[in-house]
Design a protein around this ligand. Structure first.
Ligand code: ASP
Ligand code: MG
Length: 441
């Protein structure tokens, strides 16, 4: 079996869904299992409606109108999704009544996009000659915990999924399965997190032991840098799981950060492909990645990060000092990315300023605390970074020439990434300069 995941832009409208149909048709012999996102823009529209409802204005029309456009483009019956539309309207009225938009309501509401798009795709496929059936993934046993907004399937779910899948999906039918969503054992809708359909796809691939998982998107695979910023960015033919994980985590925009976890544990190759150029070979991500000697694979960055620095002479010769600091951060749910330490100071970066602010009072018991915001982590990834003499010199010379100041430096323990902290305002100068120095010379 082959899992094929299509992202929001791949199923954005009737034209795109036609392309998806042709792509799946060409792979029928490999028993495709489709996982789909919502049509582009629908998830954002749903969330905006939820917020408006909480402010007293329940109005589902932005979502319904947009979804109806796609129904028309795909030649579906116009009443096909009426039950979903009514449920969205009811939910928005409920949110407006209680004037409260909880994480739980947000998951319930934002998951409608996938539930509707999968029905549209299955209907289109069937009418054009590929027998297909839409499934809300929970119907196949995708049961999660209740961490709304970042739910994870409960331990041991795979066996149940495999059994339900075999029981419910007829052999001659292509299942079109919702990405992004799940349900708790108590029946509450959940989501695995924004842009999470990639992750759903590799989870499904691992549960049914697929031969491969294809992620269909709108770029020619994973690129050396974000092509919307660097027009010269090139497609990367092969990558290792480790390289792709680092990139996804540090802001590479193509894959959800958790996507590679199930693929690694089940050793399932992940192939990133372009729905708009289906003949392009894209990027294949495997355990070993490429055998070539390229020093660097790709550059990614994550903006709007904050940095907390604690300075204290008490750190000198104090075993356990960092453990106490990390304990405070952990209790406040602060997810730390980069860490650098010196004899008397420690700096850490994270994304969520509000959580960090809540931790400051406790951190002050350890020393002087300062917080800086509007920083960007730039991450240079490549499994050969550790073997390359002079790569650091090239990176820092390029940044010096672009007049970019580097505030923190860290090389990951697995030595496949080099992370640098710069000001958000410097991205425009830094990324092209690095791409030129590392890829274009
Ligand atoms: N539709 C969801 C989102 O926009 C999930 C996804 O597209 O992967 O976040
Ligand atoms: Mg995506």
């Amino acid at each position: 079996m082959l899992v094929m995941k299509f992202g929001g832009s791949s199923v954005a409208d009737g034209k795109q869904i036609e392309k998806v149909f042709e792509i799946v048709k060409g792979r029928l012999a490999r028993k495709p299992v489709v996982v789909s996102s919502a049509h582009k823009g629908i998830t954002n529209a749903l969330i905006a409606c939820g917020k408006a409802a909480a402010a007293g204005k329940p109005d589902a029309s932005p979502v319904i109108n947009r979804q109806k456009e796609v129904l028309v483009q795909c030649g579906c019956k116009d009443y096909m999704l009426n039950a979903h539309f009514r449920e969205i309207e009811d939910l928005l009225r409920g949110i407006a009544l209680v004037r409260e938009y909880s994480a739980r309501s947000n998951d319930y509401l934002s998951g409608f996009g996938e539930r509707m798009s999968c029905r549209v795709i299955a209907d289109f496929f069937t009418r054009h000659g590929i027998r297909a059936e839409a499934y809300d993934i929970n119907e196949l046993g995708f049961i999660t915990d209740d961490k709304f907004g970042q739910a994870r399937p409960i331990k041991g779910w795979e066996a149940g999924f495999k059994a339900e899948f075999d029981k419910r999906v007829p052999k001659n039918t292509v299942p079109i399965i919702t990405g992004f969503i799940g349900k708790t054992p108590a029946g509450d809708w959940t989501t695995v997190g924004r842009n999470g359909s990639d992750f759903t796809a590799t989870l499904v691939a691992s549960a049914i032991d697929a031969e491969e998982c294809e992620i269909w998107t709108d770029t020619d695979g994973v690129m050396t840098a974000d092509p919307s910023v660097i027009p010269q960015a090139r497609s990367i033919p092969f990558m290792s799981f480790a390289e792709a994980s680092e990139l996804a985590y540090y802001g590479g925009r193509v894959l959800h950060p958790s996507t590679l976890l199930p693929a690694v544990t089940h050793n399932i190759p992940v192939r990133v492909l372009n729905t708009n150029r289906p003949d392009h070979p894209g990027t294949v991500i495997t355990q070993d990645g490429s055998a070539d000697e390229r020093p660097v694979t790709s550059i990614a960055y994550k903006e709007s990060q904050c940095v907390v620095t604690i300075e204290s002479e008490r750190m000198l010769g104090q075993p356990g000092f960092l453990a106490k600091v990390f304990d405070v951060m952990g209790r406040h749910g602060v997810d730390i990315d980069m860490v650098t330490t010196s004899e008397i100071s420690v700096s850490m970066t994270c994304a969520e300023l509000d959580k960090l602010n809540a931790a400051v009072k406790e951190l002050e018991q350890f020393g002087r605390v300062t917080i800086t915001t509007d920083r960007t982590i730039v991450c240079i990834v490549g499994k050969n970074v550790k073997y390359q003499r002079g790569i650091g010199a090239r990176i820092f010379a390029a940044l010096r020439d672009a007049e970019v100041n580097v505030e923190m430096i860290s090389q990951g323990a697995n030595k496949i990434n080099l992370s640098l902290l710069i000001a958000d305002d410097d991205i425009k100068a830094a990324i092209p300069a690095l791409h030129r120095a590392l890829f274009e010379s």
